[in-house]
Design a protein around this ligand. Sequence first.
Ligand code: DGY
Length: 330
Amino acid sequence: MNKPNVYVTRSIPEPGLKLISESTNMVLHEGDLPPSRQELLSNTKDVDGILCMLTDKIDDELIANAKNLKVISSLSVGYDHIDIAAATKRGIYVSHTPDVLTDSVADLVFGLILSTARRIVESDQLIRNKKWTLPWSPTFMLGSEVYGKTLGILGLGRIGKEVALRASGFKMNLLYYDIVRLPESVEKELSVTYVDVNTLFKESDFLSIHLSLNKNTINFVDSDKLSMMKKSSILINTSRGPVVNESDLVDALKSKRIRSAGLDVFSTEPLNLDNPLISLSDIVLMPHLSSATLETRSKMSELAANNLLLVLQGKKPITIVNPDVVNSVS
Ligand code: DGY
């Protein structure tokens, strides 16, 4: 039997690459940069499956162009880069990699909370810039406490829940807002209190965003919401950059409307070098690394490969994005 043709848009950790190369005719786009639009279109034209990254735009044009396509497997939990409706309409499965990255993202949220509140990055830079010149002082580089503070979780899904569990260990008070309220038993288990969105912004000392990006959440955090926040508050974003209106955030930070921000995601990635966020020294910026541990990326690679291969064997992927596709397939 002929092996299926597969396009993998970037080198991925070994477990997934091995699985795919053993049972398909794999074309791998190697190197650090994503394929260009032209490369993406021409390399997916005749394939049965694509394993893509969040940097690859899998839109209606590409999907229509790929006449044999049966599966789009993304090595990411977010799938805002894929036109799900276009894939579903043509009977193409879309899968992603949730669960396996939940803990590493939740850990990093706490990395950002601690490094902004306790000024870890700022103080590291101070030493390297040879500005630690005075002995210990009771008023030097004061940060703010984390324990006992209120953490607002915007979107209490898989990752938001793990953030809540970690926050209890830090003795924080927990508020959340989501479009769907969780059952009381789950709220109790996580020690979280449901509030409306305005209360979340008003009451939080730290506000961590866990929304997926879609037409309802783009620019969700704008100047109106930022202006409700406490002056001492800190905004954490590990979801998707465009969920926050970035120029409104820059204004809020520059005018000291809020105290700081810990950001792993941006409206444009990589950040343009003239982005005003870069000149703000009291915030913490990371280049989209929330799931970037060897362990997690290996698990993402394996799951993305298994999702892809299962569909090519005529089965359903483990973590499917568009279950409705079953109706168009049969
Ligand atoms: C994702 O998977 O969507 C994260 O943003 C990166 O791991």
